[in-house]
Ligand binder design. Structure first.
Ligand SMILES: NC(=O)c1ccc[n+]([C@@H]2O[C@H](COP(=O)([O-])OP(=O)(O)OC[C@H]3O[C@@H](n4cnc5c(N)ncnc54)[C@H](O)[C@@H]3O)[C@@H](O)[C@H]2O)c1
Length: 313
């Protein structure tokens, strides 16, 4: 199977690329390296790497025509909510227009494609307090990022119902794991926490630390992608991908203390404007397709922290 991963040099993309590469597929990565790193994908040779902007219509069209991918996992995006607030127009070009173009190019020139997967986000649910989030939950986007992810996933759905493209959108919850960049201010809270524990620096909770999230280990995200790649019943649908369990930030802090066998100082800062207090995924529709999270925070964090130590980071 030949498979294209857009955003494949990034955090989730590089894990996805590695998994499909190790399982004997011909993996191609398309990435403009804006937040991704070539060092994340040492197993991809030069001929399989396209240093291209996803907005470059002509180049994308040429690549799709030539390679006739069996599967496309579309992860390239402006991933920072803050950046989409600063520049809704440019981020809309990347997150929405380029997604629509990718669908349309495949509809025109790659009709035998077996799957196109899009990375949506739990952000689409916004601040509505009712939990867990199901496919029937209110959609209340609270940022351009959330609107763009919602638009993207709906375009995938409509390209299935109108034109028969085998599309699936996945709403990722709070993903964590190796290769997540702790230096980025937009990085997930767990990679920030890791950085603080590594350096013995003070950690500041946004608010009281009792806010909860559905933290999902990156390998479970890859597992979910693999399940929908191999299941035609998934086509035309949208699925939550989480662990199905909520953990508070304070619990995560305590788990770090146990794993590191030390503590660091902390204090409580202001709540971040617009932050949701609680988040939890109903993952039952994906479970029906065979998905089971293999990681809960304890073993996920252990694997994350141990793997980084082995890498000497
Ligand atoms: N990490 C999470 O918790 C999370 C949660 C929900 C959804 N997502 C979504 O999952 C996807 C992957 O996110 P990630 O956490 O791995 O982030 P990431 O920043 O590590 O990966 C995004 C990749 O896309 C590339 N990219 C960005 N703009 C591009 C462009 N114009 N052309 C080509 N490549 C471009 C970047 O260089 C990077 O390698 C994104 O679509 C993101 O919105 C992530």
């Amino acid at each position: 199977m030949n498979i294209l991963i857009t955003g494949g040099a990034g955090f989730i993309g590089s894990h996805t690329a590695e998994y499909f590469h190790e399982n004997g597929n011909d993996v191609f990565v398309l990435d403009n390296l804006s937040t991704g790193k070539i060092e994340n994908i040492p197993f991809i040779n030069q001929e399989n790497f396209f240093n291209i902007d996803i907005r470059d219509y002509n180049k994308i069209e040429a690549i799709i025509k030539e390679f006739q991918f069996d599967v496309i996992v579309h992860l390239a995006a402006v991933v920072s909510v803050v950046d989409t607030v600063k520049d809704p127009i440019t981020s809309n070009e990347v997150n929405v227009e380029a997604t629509l173009n990718l669908l349309d190019i495949n509809k025109k020139y790659n009709q035998n494609i077996k799957k196109i997967i899009f990375a949506s986000s739990a952000a689409v649910y916004g601040n509505d307090p009712i939990l867990p989030k199901t496919m029937d939950s209110m959609i209340r986007p609270a940022s351009p990022y959330a609107i763009q992810k919602y638009a993207g996933e709906q375009y995938l759905k409509i390209y299935n119902s109108l034109y028969g493209l085998p599309t699936v959108a996945l709403r990722f919850f709070n993903v964590y794991g190796p290769k997540q960049d702790p230096k980025s201010q937009y990085s997930g809270v767990l990679s920030i926490l890791k950085n603080k524990f590594d350096n013995g620096d003070e950690f500041i909770f946004n608010g009281d630390g009792l806010q909860t999230r559905d933290f999902v280990f990156v390998k479970d995200i890859v597992n979910a992608i693999n399940i929908v790649v191999n299941n035609d019943n998934a086509n035309g649908n949208i699925f939550n991908v989480g662990s199905g369990k909520a953990s508070s930030l304070m619990e995560m802090f305590e788990t770090f203390q146990q794993i590191y066998n030390k503590t660091i100082s902390y204090r409580y800062g202001d709540e971040r404007a617009g932050d949701v207090k609680h988040s939890l995924a109903d993952i039952s529709s994906l479970v029906k397709l065979g998905y089971q999270p293999n990681y809960q925070v304890n073993n996920g964090l252990k694997e994350y922290l141990n793997s980084e130590i082995k890498l000497g980071i």
